[in-house]
Design a protein around this ligand. Structure first.
Ligand code: PXP
Length: 251
């Protein structure tokens, strides 16, 4: 029997819709509650430097909700002193360090921990010292994985964006090559004792192959779930995603 796969639901884009009007509706907190009721194993939220979606108040609310219901909050953050202070204030279950550029539409690639080693190292240490699990959002490259281990991270989240884009555009050769990179990366990370997560760009068409990688134990999915929830509701979209994940794991 395979290990079950956790589903972290990223609710950033509920805040994107709310912010389009500047009021309170739709509230990310309510979406998080609904996602948990629908079977999410945890909530993921990215407090961006420019606060384009999730706000500081959202993080206060989400941290309180997760601790009340006993679900992990995965706090995605740039490697900055400001975000480190927010993380240390809330002490979420996990902090996932991501690259951030103001002009990008979303997190376009993994964090280059090999080049940014000196900047990332003190943040990893401070988070770990506070009892927060550290996850590094990286490309599935052997160098990045080796440096993630050396930095003392407990988790790596492998960036699945390029694979998911290849699936969406119907480029089978690229999808095969990128999936193989994810498989090799997951196995290498697990061999080094790192917990392996995966995320970015995952939808119903790309989830099965990623979920079938045995070393991956958590997927973090946002944009597709929130977008599809407009048509079928958050319960149904999460239930369907869960079904596909379980089928890929033969559960
Ligand atoms: N994991 C990480 C580290 C991310 O930065 C994001 C996007 O914020 C996701 C997962 C979710 O990606 P998507 O919204 O494309 O599902």
């Amino acid at each position: 029997m395979s290990t079950p796969l956790r589903l972290g639901v990223n609710i950033d884009h509920v805040a994107t819709i709310r912010n389009a009007r500047g009021g309170r509706h739709p509230e990310p907190l309510r979406a998080a509650e609904a996602a948990i009721s629908a079977g999410a194993d945890g909530i993921t939220a990215h407090l961006r430097e420019d606060r384009r979606h999730i706000s500081d108040e959202d993080i206060d609310d989400l941290a309180a909700l997760c601790s009340r219901v006993g679900k992990p909050l995965n706090f995605e953050m740039a490697v900055t002193d400001e975000m480190l202070l927010v993380a240390l204030k809330h002490r979420p279950h996990a902090a996932c360090l991501v690259p951030e550029r103001r002009e990008e539409r979303t997190t376009e690639g993994g964090l280059d921990v090999a080049r940014g080693h000196n900047v990332v190292a003190p943040v990893v240490r401070a988070l770990r010292d506070a009892g927060i699990r550290v996850s590094l959002f990286i490309e599935a490259s052997p160098v990045q994985i080796a440096v993630a281990e050396a930095l003392g991270a407990q988790v790596v989240e492998l960036h699945t964006g390029a694979y998911c884009d290849a699936v969406k555009s119907g480029d089978q050769a690229a999808a095969d090559r990128l999936l193989e990179q994810l498989r090799v990366g997951a196995s290498e990370a697990a061999r080094r004792g790192l917990e392996v997560h995966a995320g970015h760009g995952i939808d119903f068409d790309s989830v099965s192959a990623i979920a079938a990688i045995p070393e991956v134990i958590e997927l973090n999915i946002g944009h597709f779930l929130i977008g599809e929830a407009i048509f079928v509701g958050i319960d149904d979209v999460i239930a369907r995603m869960r079904q596909l994940m379980n089928a890929a794991r033969h559960l």
